[in-house]
Design a protein around this ligand. Structure first.
Ligand code: OGA
Ligand code: NI
Length: 335
């Protein structure tokens, strides 16, 4: 449990086990590109919003949303307890540390494969479910900071609403029936609070290496510190923090349901030496027993993917975390 980066990061230089091979290091951290991901105002007229979401999903796989309906104080208080959680003394955090993936609320570090990975990632992560049954989930959550459960319960309700709204807009844009994502496909919601302490040498390591999210959509509260980068047309573009915005990205399962119209795009996290960065990722996923397949109305030309169970997807995703092509290829019809 002294594996948690937030516990030892201030007291030593970057350990060798956190040094990435040259080809996957962050490269020029100050790269200046004029490109950014689209920012979408959800309170414009509906047809414009739908059009912009679809276009962003096709071109970037990522966008930010503003005027999204989640009250500012809910965002601020949630970010407040997330930061407080990681600032707690080591003994409060080690109580929640677990390497057992079946443990539903746990604090861990690096990726899901700590024991097997070649290089460790510069991040700690608190992860727990938020839905389908919120009351049932809350009982699993940390009891410290004392306001954690109350604040995060409100946050979860708001994020569930926002997620349903965005998925309705996506369904409309794809020409699917209203409520297409409303049931099994978005039944499970998971919160992952990421913490990236200041790093002694950001040029050698990563907070998270490149990956796609294995879900329908992810809604991310980035806070005020940049670090997220999105792969686009051969370059990494940095997602600038935007006051009161959420970052939304298309998950690999939504790419499949859309029959490759929307893109699940690789992203990664770089570290910095000045300030800790805390983010909260809200993953919206199918229920365990769901069958995933391209929507019938989108396969008139040809279906790119076969039907498969969500569990099968996860079994194949986890060992291939950093190789999205291998993951997607496995579910293609001609594979
Ligand atoms: C993730 C993720 C980005 C961030 O948790 O899957 O991509 O900025 N997080 O923390
Ligand atoms: Ni991600």
């Amino acid at each position: 449990m002294d594996k948690l980066v937030s516990i030892w990061s201030k007291s030593k230089p970057l350990p060798e086990s956190y040094v990435f091979p040259p080809e996957t290091r962050p490269g020029n951290l100050n790269v200046l590109t004029s490109k950014t991901i689209p920012v979408i105002d959800l309170r414009q007229n509906r047809a414009d919003v739908v059009h912009q979401i679809l276009k962003a999903g096709e071109e970037y796989g990522f966008f930010q949303v503003v005027n999204h309906g989640v009250p500012e104080d809910v965002m601020n208080e949630s970010m407040g307890v997330f930061k407080e959680f990681f600032e707690m003394p080591a003994e409060d955090k080690t109580m929640l540390y677990s390497e057992d993936p079946t443990n539903r609320c746990r604090l861990s570090t690096s990726s899901a494969n700590y024991a097997r990975e070649k290089v460790h990632h510069w991040r700690d992560k608190l992860r727990h479910p938020c839905h389908p049954d919120l009351q049932d989930c809350v009982k699993l959550w940390p009891q410290k900071p004392i306001r954690y459960r109350e604040v995060v319960a409100t946050f979860s309700i708001e994020l569930k609403k926002l997620g349903s709204w965005i998925l309705e807009l996506v369904a409309e844009g794809l020409g699917l029936e209203c409520g297409y994502f409303g049931d099994k496909l978005s039944e499970s919601m998971m919160l992952s609070v990421n913490h990236y302490p200041p790093c002694p040498d950001p040029s050698l390591t990563l907070g998270l290496s490149k990956h796609c999210d294995p879900d329908i959509i992810t809604i991310l509260l980035q806070g005020g510190v940049k670090g997220l980068q999105v792969f686009n047309n051969g370059e990494w573009i940095s997602v600038e923090p935007l006051h009161n915005a959420f970052i939304v990205n298309i998950g690999s399962l939504l790419q499949i349901v859309s029959n490759d119209r929307l893109k699940s795009v690789e992203h990664r996290v770089v570290t910095n030496s000045r300030v800790a960065r805390t983010t909260a990722a809200f993953f919206i996923s199918p229920s365990d027993d769901s069958i995933i397949e391209p929507a019938k109305s989108l396969t008139s030309d040809a279906s790119v993917y076969r039907a498969f169970g969500f569990k099968e997807f996860m079994l194949h995703y986890l060992p291939n975390l950093e190789n999205n092509e291998v993951v997607m290829e496995h579910f293609k019809l001609q594979a």
